[in-house]
Design a protein around this ligand. Sequence first.
Ligand code: PLP
Length: 391
Amino acid sequence: MDVKQIEKQVIMQTYARNDLVLQKGKGTRVWDDQGNEYLDFVAGIAVCNLGHAHDIVTEAICRQAGTLLHTSNLYYTEPQVRLAQLLTQHSFADKAFFCNSGAEANEAAIKLARKYASEKYGPLKNRIISTEMSFHGRTMATLTATGQAKVKKGYDPLLEGFVRVPFNDLNAAREAMDETVCGFLVEPIQGEGGVIVPDPDYLRNLRELCDERGVLLMFDEVQTGMGRTGTLFAYQGFGVEPHIMSLAKALANGLPMGAIVAVEEVAESFGVGSHATTFGGGPLVSAAAVAVMEVLTSEGFLEGAAEMGEFLAEGLREVARSSPIIRQVRGTGMIWALDLDREAKPFVAKAQSRGVLINCVQDKTLRFTPPLIVTREEIERLIQVLQEILV
Ligand code: PLP
């Protein structure tokens, strides 16, 4: 089957795909339909944090698939409850709600903030602040919240009740935060925006401001969560807790799953019938996510990943020192970016032809989000390829 040719005929053309048909993955490696092997520094866009076909996750999925796939949320199931227990034990939160994607998680966060504020302060406190260059998803509400014009084109009218301020700008946040604002939605590190890390005290000051004004702080950790930044959740690295956090991507290491977790007082606003989804928190995805949480929180795992993240950072800085076309190295943990002085896309193809998968965000930024199990030797291979191509 000529996959690439037929894809053009039968799939809506919303993706600019790389010239590659992938067939198989194991650990940090994937293979194409010709049997060529690639080192994967994309990991399904920060999704396969434990690598491809991780033994413990695969075993959990196979076991659950042969036991019970789906029940709907009309019934209790153990994997869902166990997962909520793990997420709340290992975070600031008291309660979870499960859905199926990052956009849906943010949608739930927005709804929860509005519900809480309407019950506590009345219907006029309903506006959501988000930040320029943010990315929160493609549903109408999350698209409206997203701070990138290119993803909104053609979809007017967008939703009411949203306002955007520059990221990492406390004064702008202060000015925008009037009595009509109920929530501030922000990525602790902007991923799709180009791996933008805020000043160390931005999020802490934002939390103080939110507390002063009766506004819920919502961290979109869809991309930064699940160990990506060196701690289980990015907020832990910044030492600032939100009221609500959204998760997805790496939560089930590749099965589609999203979640929000929140502090008790806020979570209580989601009562019976106030929000729901058919598939959310189903036994299969929950069993996978339980396995993911158990591996991520096993002794030494995150510390090891953080150490490799440092090694990756050093390597990238070394490349930057010898390459005149690199303007900046940014990131933390296992999420890094190289800002170039030119279009980044051709370098993605060049790396691919040398057996390494990377991707670009924005026009001039290369992003690196390998599985957290990546080894020193594999990082050295990436660095060697970058030394060859970024000249
Ligand atoms: N939020 C952030 C920070 C993301 O990076 C993404 C996807 O890239 C989303 C939300 C949307 O997630 P999904 O594509 O699963 O809807």
